[in-house]
Design a binder for this molecule. Structure first.
Ligand SMILES: Nc1ncnc2c1ncn2[C@@H]1O[C@H](COP(=O)(O)OP(=O)(O)OP(=O)(O)O)[C@@H](O)[C@H]1O
Ligand SMILES: [Mg+2]
Length: 251
């Protein structure tokens, strides 16, 4: 049995009709289904830009008690109130309590790093070990700092909500990320990840939910548009480029 700390999410009340959330496909579909289940250790939200992956992930994170801008449940910084109030309409089914947790918001990793710089100013200056490594995340490249955060800070028995963790990573490091996720899953962790990466979504046994106007569908990662389009492109880049550039067609 795989460990899940959040086993499902459901909409418990209608969102305000004046809010953009009301017309968001993912919210409409959630309101038509009993619940969205998380039965695997790793769940992915995939789908076209703007389908609501980040909105849903963030609302789950805030409903769970994370800081809306990312971090652990103890992070308390805020820069601007950018999060939606969808979390007020969500009910999460919780299983046991995790020992660890982290919400990585793609857009606010920089602010989370600044927050840690303030807290660990002395330690980082003197290269003393902290739960986040021994040097400022700002002194590392985007990809390095993300992996450093994961290696130093993610301790297992945890719930990790990640929004496009692939953004900073080379293909090699993306595979490192897969291996790191696997280690943490073996240590009873749960991941819910919004991603566009066909490499990441290949994690064995993961649940892949594709969000679209038509609904929230569970599918094999090979069926996703991300995987199929990437494969078509890599199998014959010239053909795809001709189609896009010479014939002026867009997918
Ligand atoms: N404050 C806001 N006011 C109005 N519309 C918003 C607001 N915030 C987000 N949206 C809209 O909600 C939709 C869903 O956004 P969201 O960021 O969740 O998409 P996404 O699936 O994460 O996309 P991407 O793959 O590009 O990250 C988008 O169409 C966006 O324009
Ligand atoms: Mg997003």
């Amino acid at each position: 049995m795989e460990r899940t700390y959040i086993s499902s999410v459901r909409l418990n009340s209608p969102v305000d009709e004046d809010s953009y959330l009301h017309n968001l496909a993912v919210v409409r579909h959630l309101s038509n289904m009993k619940e969205l289940r998380f039965s695997r250790a790793v769940t992915f939200f995939v789908g076209e830009n703007g389908t609501g992956k980040s909105t849903l992930l963030e609302a789950i994170a805030v409903a769970y008690g994370f800081n809306a801008e990312g971090g652990t449940r103890n992070f308390s910084f805020s820069t601007s109130a950018t999060h939606s109030d969808l979390y007020r309409h969500l009910t999460l089914s919780r299983n046991s309590y995790p020992k660890d947790g982290f919400f990585l918001r793609a857009e606010s990793f920089y602010n989370a790093a600044s927050y840690l710089d303030k807290i660990y100013e002395v330690e980082f200056r003197n290269h003393l070990q902290t739960g986040y490594g021994d040097r400022s995340l700002h002194e590392q490249s985007h990809g390095e700092s993300f992996l450093a955060l994961m290696v130093n800070r993610f301790g297992g028995n945890g719930i990790y909500l990640l929004d496009e963790p692939e953004a900073a990573l080379s293909p090699t490091r993306l595979m490192t990320l897969l291996a790191n996720i696997h280690e943490l899953v073996r240590e009873d962790s749960q991941f819910i990840i919004a991603t566009h990466s066909p490499i990441l979504m290949a994690y064995p046994g993961a649940e892949v939910y594709q969000l679209s106007e038509e609904g929230i569908r569970s599918m094999d990662y090979r069926q996703t548009e991300h995987f199929q389009l990437t494969r078509q492109f890599l199998e014959n880049p010239e053909k795809m480029l001709h189609y896009l550039l010479e014939e002026g067609k867009k997918p």
